[in-house]
Design a protein around this ligand. Sequence first.
Ligand code: ATP
Length: 303
Amino acid sequence: MQYKSVTVLAPAKLNLSLDVVGTLPNGYHALDMVMQSIDLFEKLTLTRSEGLTLTLPGSFVPANDKNTAIKAALAFFQYTGLLAGVDITIQKRVPVRAGMAGGSADAAGVLVGLNALYGAKLSMSELCAIGAAIGADVPFALMGGTCRVQGVGDFLKALPPCPDCWFVVVMPSVGVSTPEAFKQYDVVGSPVHPDCEQQEQAIRADDLRGLCAAAGNALEHCSGAVETPVIRQLLDAHGAIASQMTGSGAAVFGLFDGEEQAAQAAAELRQRYRQVYLCRPDRGGARVVHGRPLVRKKQKTAG
Ligand code: ATP
């Protein structure tokens, strides 16, 4: 099946844990993390075209060739050798510079969308290989669900779904630059080193309290996101079992075991912060949710 246009949903992620475990010879940081997709989605529409365009209605993110969506489209066409194009529209719903991998979700969404649009039938491992060259979090954005992620983000182990819970995610007004956060980590280090192995075992045992006991983020102290402690205090005061920053920040989230308490906490936090999201774990990665089939014109036959 090939399509004229497809609609794709690509989920944001949270880090249930993030540890920095070393530095590689190329200066990159070796990480150990548990990542979780959440039901806050980028919505992408991809339409067949002879050119390549990107529109991000209402977003300040530039639609230039540095955009992960454009990079993903170019990489897809190069890999497949297809002489084709696409018009991409992204309704950005995931906050930017949040540590929620919105840019990676966009790249993953474009790869999955183009694969369907042109019936290219690339496998998940091919999409992950193309995606890894665009950004370290792209393979996870393709896989989604709950994963232990190691290396620079390129070693993925799919885990069983995380225990049932609710997340209240708060994005402060100022975001964080990921490279800056890692540079600062090299200077100041971290007093926090979560036990990702213990957290993996808690997830396997469907033990939410154990998951929370092993939570933590080694980038929290060096991210420069000044509002993290205040947001965490507020989340804790409103009943979060655990709270922490996600990725390199600046978004902070609380984990709740009941919907009512999570909704109440979200309502309280909305009094002080503009971007507050009440979310649930999501079990998949970027996915096509709608397609308009391609209707080929009938060729006129002679005689
Ligand atoms: P991560 O957790 O992967 O570090 P993040 O939430 O910190 O993600 P993003 O919002 O994904 O960061 O991207 C941050 C930077 O990347 C922005 O400064 C932006 O200009 C650039 N960028 C390029 N393409 C995109 C895109 N499609 N969406 C968002 N940002 C993009």
